[in-house]
Design a protein around this ligand. Sequence first.
Ligand code: UD1
Ligand code: MG
Length: 459
Amino acid sequence: MAAGKGTRMKSALPKVLHKLAGRSLLQHVLQTASRLGADGIVTVTGHGADEVEAAATAPNLRFVRQMPQLGTGHALQQAAPFLHASGTTLILNGDVPLIEADTARALVEACGGERLALLTIHLADPTGYGRILRGDPAGRSATEGGRVHGIREHRDATLIERNIREVYTGVMAAPTAHLKRWLAALTNDNSQGEYYLTDVVAMAVAEGLPVVTAHPQGDTEVLGVNSPVQLADLERRLQRRQADALMDAGVRLADPARFDLRGELVCGQDVEIDVNCVFEGRVTLGDFVRIGANCVIRNAVIAARATIHPFTHIDGEALGVSVGEGALVGPFARLRPGAQLGPDVHIGNFVEVKNSTLARGAKANHLAYLGDATVGERVNYGAGSITANYDGANKHRTLIGADVHVGSNCVLVAPVTLGKGATIGGGSTISKDAPAGQLTVARGKQVSLAGWKRPVKKG
Ligand code: UD1
Ligand code: MG
């Protein structure tokens, strides 16, 4: 179910598209659902349906629209025609993202095609959740023991019922044939005027069908996201879980509470990551790699023994970035898509590299730009030098041979080639190829005027 607006998020973005560790809430649920070997997945969309459908992917997935959105029961009513006549239907909430496949599987088994199975949990603070009603259905008092006879939504609950700590997690497995019949009989006679899916529980009880409950291992996997506070809470829990897994594998995180992974991070041995780093997309760190504090790294492969100094931003986007063995990058460096640094390359502060290859030992240590360049071994690229790679319409390449020395503050107007071992005098604007092994200077000649006097202030 992913049709709800998520009013409590107070956002223009449909709730299920809000991100948790870089993936939408709905995509977390779909990835788990696709591991269950179901005949198919039906996702109910409604609020922001076009956006939600465009962002969701899973095998055997179909969408059903719920317009308008009149509650979770109404959502299931739209899906019912697309469910097989028999078998088991597992219902997952698009806003309960961390549900685990094993837990869902156990619930489907508990249903067995003939019982209504609810995933429930005891919460210290059950506010907002549907409460599990047990004991005497005549309801003298709300008790926590005995057979389940219904679910009461928080808003409809009496003060006594609100004390119940056992809540419905939003995950249910139901015999499909029964479910279809119950859905057809739902009413919206409640405080919100909505069709509540949770009302099927009382219907099952009235028909004498067994209602069973199963429980997850911990509460994190069943926490729902209804507000920014809950989203942030879940994010921290998931981040902590990911950090623990990395540390268990030997990665040394300076502080697991100040670590964010929004994708996949593959680490070799003896990797060290300082505080406040963010990893996105797919990042690979080789053995002994060190990442300084406050780095943001996305879609990159960093080879063994490379060091990324603090405040470096690396974003490979679709092309990727690669950093060679033993390379030193940063502090305050920026590597953009297609930056390929060979072994022992040095990229220093305020240096930007895009779509450029730097061979072994090349250095650009201060305030420079290398775009669409091929840089040979041991090149020294001076402070303040840039490749002028864009003529306003097209991009052109700059080829810099091995052992070239580019002085400070040069402009290399592409397309241009600097031959092997060439030296470019500081302050040059190079718009023609520079021959190998020679000094090329292209700037106004320095003149000194003998006898020249400074102007003096007129009295
Ligand atoms: C629901 C349950 C509550 C449970 C809680 C667990 C109902 C009536 N209540 O409450 O018992 O404790 O989940 O998190 O089911 N949705 C639709 N169409 C709609 C309304 C909602 O598709 O018309 C979807 C939402 O996108 C969301 C899910 O259903 O993914 C749950 O909706 P939400 O409004 O968050 O229900 P809760 O109030 O959390
Ligand atoms: Mg909810």
